[in-house]
Design a protein around this ligand. Structure first.
Ligand code: ADP
Length: 446
């Protein structure tokens, strides 16, 4: 209660009320003395109003001239307000000093960064950029307030920004130099802002191209002599030449065949990485029919391995894509499940459309599974969990790398879940844009 009173006493109205009472008392006394109460009260109230207006005017002057207000006297009744204002100002000055130090450090840091940094709002309008952005992207001060897509004109960059994919990156050719490749990252920042970083990756891009060209050239050059050797070996093997040890010849044929498959896979991978699917190769694919073909193709192997293959759906779902590539990706996953999950293992094939209209095709097995630390490495070239077993099965270690690239070319992704001893689930996720049609008892056409 006393606290409440203290607070009330702090307001200028308390002073004003006391003064009003004093003024009225004096007015009444003098009114009686001069025998004109109304006249006296009117005069004293007018003086009181002038006094209030004047003290407020003085206080207003004091506030408006806050920075050099030393000479201006304010009325005692505003003492509390003045002390609150003084305290807030001191706090403001301390915060401003801290902010200035932080801003200076941030500017020094961003200036020394080799990467260009641009802050944009949620409409991708430029708010701030560092010195590197001036050099790398030729941005100028007047560009602040302009949409970033007006400042960086490149089809890949535009597609990337419009894709609304966050925490993602894109490579594009510099708008200033055609031989400079820029990698840009988009990271959400604060509540409604994005941080765009731009890095010159020309060197690593160049090395990457050289590596890809080297693999492609070597594979290409090896293919012809190997075909010749393979041909001769087959001829010798088929002839009745008793001078040659048949087991040695069989080994040579087996290894030559392995090399041939490996070279074909490397060439396939290079092609997948360096080209786009021609539009004419895109056609509607009925997943139901595709599954039937997969079953036929691996019938012999699955019978031999005593697998129980279940197809969990009968829906007619059509996706758009390259039939040849998608067939090869799915067959690879199914053959892997047969070859690597173990003898007599149950395998489930399923495909369905999610709520967000993505199409998922999955091959699930209840076999040996993949160790946790290997799951992320499965799509690396030549990565094999069990090298001996993979070689024995004729695997090149390139299969899942090929599947990953096929999925990338369809703007989809390969997802792998696996628990050691329980089994693995390989899912191909196709974007909404590739869903052509679906019709089943439970679902309607799209
Ligand atoms: P490969 O061409 O040798 O078959 P992949 O790239 O297709 O190679 O597969 C890489 C490795 O992943 C295989 O060598 C195998 O060890 C492992 N793997 C793939 N699928 C499965 C599975 N369903 N169960 C267990 N291991 C698997």
């Amino acid at each position: 209660m006393s606290n409440q009173n203290n607070k009330i006493n702090n307001y200028s109205i308390a002073d004003d009320l006391i003064n009003l009472i004093i003024f009225l008392a004096v007015a009444i006394i003098i009114g009686y003395l001069i025998n004109n109460l109304v006249y006296s009260i009117l005069i004293f109230l007018s003086i009181f109003i002038i006094y209030i207006l004047y003290s407020n005017y003085i206080f207003e002057r004091w506030v408006l001239n806050y920075k050099n207000n030393k000479s201006i006297k304010y009325h005692r009744k505003h003492q509390y307000l003045v002390s609150v204002l003084n305290k807030s100002f001191e706090e403001f000055v301390t915060i401003k000093l801290k902010f200035n130090v932080l801003e200076k450090r941030f500017k020094e840091l961003s200036a020394s960064m080799p990467d260009a940094v641009v802050v944009v709002d949620n409409n991708f309008v430029t708010e701030w950029f560092n010195d590197a952005a001036i050099k790398m992207l030729s941005l100028k001060d007047v560009d602040i307030g302009r949409p970033i897509l007006h400042l960086i004109r490149n089809p890949n960059f535009t597609k990337f920004i419009n894709s609304k994919e966050r925490d993602a990156h894109v490579n594009f050719t510099s708008p200033l130099k055609y031989d400079v490749t820029i990698k840009s990252f988009l990271v959400p920042y604060g509540e409604d802002r994005y941080l765009l970083t731009f890095r010159d990756v020309s060197e690593s891009d160049h090395l990457d191209n050289m590596r890809r060209d080297f693999v492609a050239n070597v594979s290409h050059e090896l293919k012809t002599p190997l075909t010749v050797i393979f041909g001769y070996l087959e001829t010798i093997s088929l002839s009745d030449n008793k001078n040659v040890d048949q087991s040695i010849l069989d080994q040579m044929l087996k290894q030559a065949k392995r090399m041939d498959i490996m070279i074909s896979d490397l060439l396939k991978l290079t092609k997948l990485q360096t080209t786009n699917i021609p539009e004419k190769n895109f056609s509607p694919i009925n997943l139901k029919n595709l599954v039937n073909e997969l079953m036929l193709a691996c019938k012999q192997k699955s019978n031999k391995n005593k697998n129980n293959i279940k197809i969990l759906t009968n829906d007619d779902i059509y996706i758009r894509g390259s039939y040849e590539e998608i067939y090869s990706a799915f067959l690879n996953l199914l053959l892997n499940a047969i070859m690597y999950s173990g003898k007599g293992v149950t395998i489930e094939i399923n495909y369905f459309v999610t709520h967000s209209k993505e199409t998922i095709f999955s091959i699930k097995d209840y076999g040996v599974g993949v160790p946790l630390d290997s799951i992320n490495r499965l799509t690396e070239r030549f990565y094999r969990v069990d090298k001996g077993r993979s070689r024995e099965q004729g695997g090149t270690g390139l299969g899942l790398s090929i599947v990953k690239h096929i999925m990338n070319r369809h703007e989809g992704k390969l997802e792998v879940e696996s628990i050691i001893g329980e089994g693995s689930n390989f899912s191909c996720v196709f974007p909404k844009s590739l869903l052509a049609m679906r019709s089943s008892k439970s679902t309607s056409d799209v």
